[in-house]
Design a protein around this ligand. Structure first.
Ligand SMILES: [Zn+2]
Length: 449
């Protein structure tokens, strides 16, 4: 969102690495934190967002955090608790492909200007806020969040580690660490603050030269990033196509990470596309021609399309919706994404995020396709599709339940009654029940970084 507050630009990207091939990830092991937990979920309607189909009266058996079997009748694991969701639709968890869990700017005191949030709040405080935001997202049915920077000094990595080690419940996080950009990042500091006090860091990691680009990627990887986020065109000295190819090459070299580019100009988007970036964040720089190019090259769009309730004028929203329609028409790979990083009084982070359905509905995209975007496309842009997300035997048991049928009425997702994450019940009958997730130590292992 703050991208709208600080408009300037840059450009960047890297290699013709369509060689950003899917990462090979080992099958998840049973989680000690879920050990011994066994359930049989009775689903009145089981939804497959991939095909847009559903089946009535299905059962899902779950043990030690993983799905064992799915069908009209399943073997009951020993000691399994039955969860009766026969009055509900059961489906895989939702994905927000662009959020900032460790940033919440507010009207008071910072007048919605995140620069002051960064000055006033420690990384420690922001990490605790992130833990709360993560639970709010999970309660709204979002079992996966791509968390793209502005998280202080790696509060995002700390949150991911805490969730994965087994301290607290939260979504599966694909986090970027610090946003990498040309000098200044997205800030416009005074000369004295920038030079003598280095106020840019840790909100931004400056990388102006090729050596600095390599070092910045490696720093983020070392401190827990699972995706690399760059400012493509935040300043008048944007990244070149070659710069971005270097980012892509270096990220690929570091375990196959992908590069997400904040883009706000058509020139930036064009260079990012030419370099072969994994995803373009925000819709500001995109147009019909670029949508066609993105579709041709299979580049992801995380458009962060904000309803007028939270940003802009009706004319801005018209432009947003027209952009979505164009991307949809040309077959761009689209992800549900919000850029949520602000407080709306009376709303949780999850309620704010799900309200972005307004934009998708306004674009006239069919409900079953919106559901696919929010699930299957989300797992794909997060590059976890091969090991988490879909409801399949062997996969971690992440699922939600709602009244009604979201294939026909996507607004059914606004009221999530049940959430299971890693085979544990986080929410039941509309009430959060996190006790089973809380442990006095890193029960999944302290070596998760
Ligand atoms: Zn953002």
């Amino acid at each position: 969102m703050f991208r709208r507050l600080l408009l300037t630009c840059c450009l960047c990207l890297a290699f013709e690495l369509r060689a950003q091939a899917p990462r090979q990830v080992a099958a998840p092991q049973p989680l000690p934190s879920s050990e011994g937990a066994a359930f049989v979920v009775k689903a009145g309607r089981l939804i497959d967002p991939e095909t847009g189909s559903s089946a009535v009266n299905q059962m899902i058996s779950v043990k030690d955090g993983r799905i064992i079997e799915i069908g009209p009748a399943v073997a009951i694991p020993q000691g399994a608790e039955t969860i009766d969701l026969s009055g509900y639709s059961v489906l895989p968890g939702l994905v927000d492909a662009h959020n900032h869990l460790a940033l919440t700017y507010k009207k008071v005191p910072e007048n919605d200007f995140y620069y002051f949030t960064y000055v006033q709040e420690s990384t420690a405080l922001r990490a605790i806020e992130a833990a709360s935001n993560g639970m709010q997202m999970l309660s709204a049915g979002f079992t996966v969040v791509r968390d793209l920077g502005n998280n202080g000094l790696y509060a995002d990595s700390a949150l991911r580690q805490a969730i994965e080690q087994g301290w607290i419940p939260g979504p599966t996080l694909i986090n970027s660490g610090i946003i990498i950009g040309g000098y200044g990042g997205q800030f416009t500091p005074t000369p004295e603050m920038a030079k003598d006090h280095n106020i840019l860091y840790p909100e931004y990691l400056t990388a102006d030269t090729r050596d600095e680009i390599i070092k910045a990627v490696r720093q983020n990887v070392l401190f827990g990033a699972k995706v690399i986020k760059i400012c493509v065109d935040c300043k008048p000295y944007p990244y070149s196509v070659d710069d971005m190819k270097l980012f892509i090459h270096e990220a690929a070299n570091a375990g196959g990470l992908k590069v997400a580019g904040h883009v706000q100009t058509p020139e930036g988007a064009r260079r990012a596309i030419e370099a072969g970036i994994w995803s373009i964040e925000h819709d500001d720089g995109l147009n019909d021609e670029l949508n066609k190019l993105m579709a041709q090259k299979g580049i992801w769009r995380a458009g962060t399309e904000t309803p007028t309730d939270y940003w802009g004028t009706p004319a801005d929203f018209e432009r947003t919706v027209a952009g979505m329609k164009s991307a949809w028409k040309y077959g761009v790979q689209m992800a549900f994404s919000t850029d949520a990083d602000y407080y709306v009084p009376g709303m949780s982070r999850g309620q704010l995020v799900i309200d972005f359905l307004k934009s998708w509905k306004a674009a006239g995209i069919p409900d079953k396709d919106i559901l696919k975007v929010m699930t299957i496309n989300g797992y794909k842009i997060c590059d976890i599709y091969g090991n988490r997300g879909p409801l399949k035997p062997g996969f971690p048991a992440d699922m939600i339940a709602v009244k009604g049928n979201p294939l026909q009425d996507i607004d059914a997702l606004r009221s999530v009654a049940f959430v299971m994450k890693d085979g544990l019940v986080f929410k039941r009958d509309g009430v959060m029940t996190p006790e089973r997730f809380l442990h006095g130590g890193p029960i999944n292992g302290w070596k998760i970084h």
